[in-house]
Design a protein around this ligand. Sequence first.
Ligand SMILES: NC(=O)c1ccc[n+]([C@@H]2O[C@H](COP(=O)([O-])OP(=O)(O)OC[C@H]3O[C@@H](n4cnc5c(N)ncnc54)[C@H](OP(=O)(O)O)[C@@H]3O)[C@@H](O)[C@H]2O)c1
Length: 325
Amino acid sequence: MKALVCNNFGDVNTLSYQEMPDPNAGSDDVLVQVRAAGVVFTDILLAEGKYQTKPALPFILGTEISGDVVAVGSNVTRFKPGDRVMSLAMNFGAFAEKIALPGWLPTRLPPNISYESGAAMMSSTATAQHALRQRADMQVGETLVVTGAAGATGSGAIQVGKAIGARVIAVCSSDEKAAFAKSQGADETINYTKEDLKKAIKERTGGRGADVVFDTVGGDVFGACARAMATNGRLLVVGFASGNLPILPVNLTLVKVYSVIGVHWLTFVRQQPELHAKNMEELLVWVEQGIINPAIDSVVPLSEGVAALKRLSSRRAMGKVVIKP
Ligand SMILES: NC(=O)c1ccc[n+]([C@@H]2O[C@H](COP(=O)([O-])OP(=O)(O)OC[C@H]3O[C@@H](n4cnc5c(N)ncnc54)[C@H](OP(=O)(O)O)[C@@H]3O)[C@@H](O)[C@H]2O)c1
């Protein structure tokens, strides 16, 4: 089969579109024909060898798919060939024509949801849902600040925030991205290249600060948010797309009485599969009701997968970039 392969850690330009052996599906696995795969910033970090986990080389990139089950192992009763599914690819390998997944992992993809939407809502929207539900315990009427709000995970957080009943303030680096964030449901926006971010969050919250911050950017953006938290606020550490790991003077959490909370969706799916399955049920209800509709930036053929990754690294993507084998 064809796949986008990392043979050596480095720039995404060094990735190779090449033949790879078909995956081996064991008795507990399902074999899936991949129809769409979502691109996440994490893919870039993985390719560069900068992610928390370094897979053994060579490996096929990609962490989320939708597709059709083509074969099931003898112990798998949840699925049969022909079933449409969407799934996290826990051990990577999504940017390929086929993938083997543990039988307990995929979620059934309803017939009225496209493969592109299925792939797009996995790690981005589902991460946002896990972060806001389980990690922040976000309440109706609270104020949610989303950074990187026009990105895949950020736009997912806007939609999930609105689905929960939050007032959402989207933080972006351009007016174009701010307008996009508004189209995703944000109540207000901040262009942090034009406004002082800490001051702007305070202004838009009547001086209280944010109840919840969903930060995908890190660096100075995190630093500004850490100084604009409400009492009993929750500052969610989701990602570091800026490339800068922020350092937090912890006295801020004492003085302002707020919590800093790490989010790692992959760990959540691995360690709490039943709760993950419940989240997916809720997510699909929201999709059925039209409350959640993942924004697709572009759909790119697998053979041009490097260009798909570059759309993220060049900071141009708004919503989700999807790869089609
Ligand atoms: N913790 C988890 O479980 C989890 C799950 C999924 C993703 N993530 C992480 O979340 C982050 C965002 O992922 P994503 O897939 O949503 O990425 P994305 O679609 O590319 O969005 C990232 C956003 O970050 C902002 N940004 C700031 N500085 C940047 C830079 N130097 N280069 C690129 N973008 C920059 C951009 O918004 P502005 O231009 O408006 O600033 C961009 O829209 C990544 O760090 C990823 O690893 C974490």
